[in-house]
Every structure is written in C-alpha cells, then in structure tokens.
Design a protein around this ligand. Structure first.
Ligand code: BT5
Length: 322
C-alpha cells in the first residue's frame, strides 16, 4: 500500500483496509523497517515509504520476474547455513521445480569439494534453484555451464561494459578475480535425475572484499561502480536461466549456448593445469565440447576430455607447443 502511494498514508487508513488495529499497523511497519525498508512516520500524517529494502525479498523480486516457473515460490531467509543445503532438503521432500531459496547471509555457504563460500550480510546474492530436469545423469555437468551463461547474460544486462568471462566449469571472473560461483548438487538413480539444485553466489555491492578473498575476488560494485538493486538482479538471473534451461532441456547438449560460451570463455587457447580426481592434466585448451567437457591437448598431441576439475592458468605453453 505504501508503494502505491507517493505521499503519506495514515495508520488508520491502512488498518481500515486490512481490518487490523493501528497498533498492529505500527508493528508491521516496524518489521518492514527491520527488513531494510526506509519508512518515515508522522503522528499527524501517518507513514511514507522513502526507499524499498535492497534485499532479495519475494515481494521485491516479483515485479521484475518474467520467468513463469523459476521463482514461482521464493523463500527468503535473513540467515541460513547454506541455501543449497536447504534446497536439497526441500527437493528430497518433493518440492516443485522452480522453488528458490535465497538468503541475506550464509553461515556455512558451500563451494565445491567441501570448500566454503564467504557469505557476509547486506550486500550480495546467495540463492539456490530447484530443478527437475528429465535428463540422463551424464548431462548433469552441463548445468553449471548453462547457469554460468545465464548469470553472465544477467550481469551484462546490468553492467554492459563489464569484461566478465566464464571460467569452466563454474566461475564468472573479471580481471582474473572471482565475481560469482556456481554449485550444482543433484540426486537420483544411475539412469535418472530426480532433482538438481543450482546454487549461485554473486558478489554485488561490497565496496571491499573480506580479507581472506582480497586479490582473488571482486564485486559488481567494485568493477562497475554504484549500488545495484539485488532483487532486480536476482529476477534477471532467474529470467535468463529459465530461457536457457527450456532450450537446453529440449535439446541434447549445450548446443543452444555454445556460441555465447565460446565468445566469453576465459580458457580458450590458454595453457592450463587441471586438477581432476584422476590426477593433474596439463596442456592447451582446445575447446569446450557441446557435452560440456573441457578438451585439453596435451604435449604429446593427445586430446583429453574432462567433465570436471579445478583449472589453474599456466603462464607458459607446455613443451611441444612453444
Ligand atoms: C564455487 O565453488 O564457486 C561455488 C560457490 C557457490 C556458492 C553458492 S551461494 C548460494 C548457494 N548456497 C551454497 O551453500 N552455495 C551456493 P568453488 O569453485 O569450489 O570455489 C570456492 C572458492 O572460491 C573458495 O575456496 C574461495 O577461494 C573462493 N571464494 C569463497 N567465497 C567467495 C566469494 N564470496 N567470492 C569469491 N570467491 C570466493
């Protein structure tokens, strides 16, 4: 009601409309203020909204949402251990595709391989989307890249000059520093995926990085200046992800995003070392395959296809490529 009204609205008028007392209105306004809304009040005139909360609350995200399925339910938590943990629990319990769990702060944000995602309050986006793709488990690794394309497109919409690149298999980097990370967790049987949870962390409005990440991480604000409205950015990631996800599900591989992926891949032609469960692979990145694998040409000319791993860039080409 306050949003629809440029001026003041009396506690009596609000109470009348909602059939609640003036003191109940006062309590609700108090809660809105706690959530970050700037509301001024005057005994004579009532309440006036000066600024909405820059927090990813469902009612702030909804006006920007074009997606029909993703985000049809958005559970906001002030603080949670991990949005991925919560989304996985809900998915196991039968939650529908499109449910989104978002938090202002995480106390145990997850990265891959039991690493942590640093998740301070008040400035960033941490959210997880429940998907129920009817796909073979072999396609699961493609989801992180597909999501990276959606996140990259959304970021480009908010800061067109951002020189962001996608680093296989799950990072968005700017100037070699990490701006966003993606973590997919799935459950199912050998031949069928029951659910996939796509977790996304984006550093949005931080003016500086936590000490542990200085030099290795960055934020949208640091790269582009200004403060970004988190609900709008979250909605746009969901809008783009729904588009990409629909096309991907109708196809057999990542073909629908290959041109985009190739145009902003951080690794094309680079010399890398990739830590995989089977050991380290060194060589030159020849391509990302439509199946989402990183194709590495090793010094003996053999092409290895990797479906996951940690990539570090090497300054010099390996022997045989000089
Ligand atoms: C990732 O892992 O990049 C996946 C991150 C996914 C986080 C989201 S937040 C919402 C959802 N809920 C969760 O619990 N998780 C997901 P990985 O590639 O393993 O990278 C982890 C590494 O990135 C850490 O070891 C740090 O070096 C670095 N890092 C941690 N926090 C960071 C941050 N806020 N910004 C940039 N880098 C960070």
């Amino acid at each position: 009601m306050l949003k629809d009204r440029p001026g003041y609205l009396s506690g009596e008028a609000i109470g009348g409309e909602l059939s609640i007392s003036r003191s109940a209105v006062w309590k609700h306004v108090g809660k809105l203020k706690e959530s970050g809304y700037t509301i001024t009040s005057s005994t004579q005139l009532g309440y006036k909204l000066l600024r909405p909360a820059n927090a990813p609350l469902e009612m702030e995200v909804a006006p920007y949402l074009d997606a029909r399925v993703l985000g049809r339910r958005i559970d906001f938590h002030d603080v949670i251990d991990s949005t991925n943990r919560e989304a996985v629990d809900l998915a196991r319990g039968g939650a529908d595709e499109g449910v989104v769990i978002v938090a202002d702060r995480q106390t145990a944000g997850r990265g891959r391989l039991r690493r942590t995602w640093v998740s301070p309050p008040g400035k960033n986006l941490y959210f997880s989307v429940i998907l129920r793709p009817d796909i073979a488990p072999a396609r699961v690794p493609q989801l992180a890249l597909l999501t990276a394309v959606a996140v990259h497109r959304a970021l480009a919409g908010h800061c067109p000059t951002l020189p962001a690149v996608i680093k296989w298999p799950n990072d968005i980097l700017v100037g070699g520093k990490k701006l966003a990370g993606i973590l997919c967790e799935t459950g199912g049987e050998t031949d069928r995926v029951h659910y996939a949870v796509v977790g996304i962390g984006i550093n949005v409005n931080g003016k500086s990085m936590p000490r542990s990440l200085r030099g290795t991480a960055t934020s949208l604000r640091l790269e582009c200046g200004g403060e970004y409205f988190r609900p709008h950015l979250l909605a746009d990631v969901l809008n783009r992800l729904e588009e990409e996800y629909r096309r991907w599900r109708a196809g057999e591989d990542l073909r629908s995003v290959m041109p985009y992926l190739e145009s902003c891949s951080a690794l094309q032609g680079r010399t890398v070392a990739v830590a995989t469960p089977g050991g380290e692979v060194r060589g030159r990145v020849a391509a990302i395959s439509p199946r989402g694998e990183l194709e590495i040409e090793t010094s003996d000319g053999v092409v290895q296809r990797l479906s996951g791993g940690d990539v570090s860039l090497r300054p010099f080409p390996p022997r045989g490529h000089r």
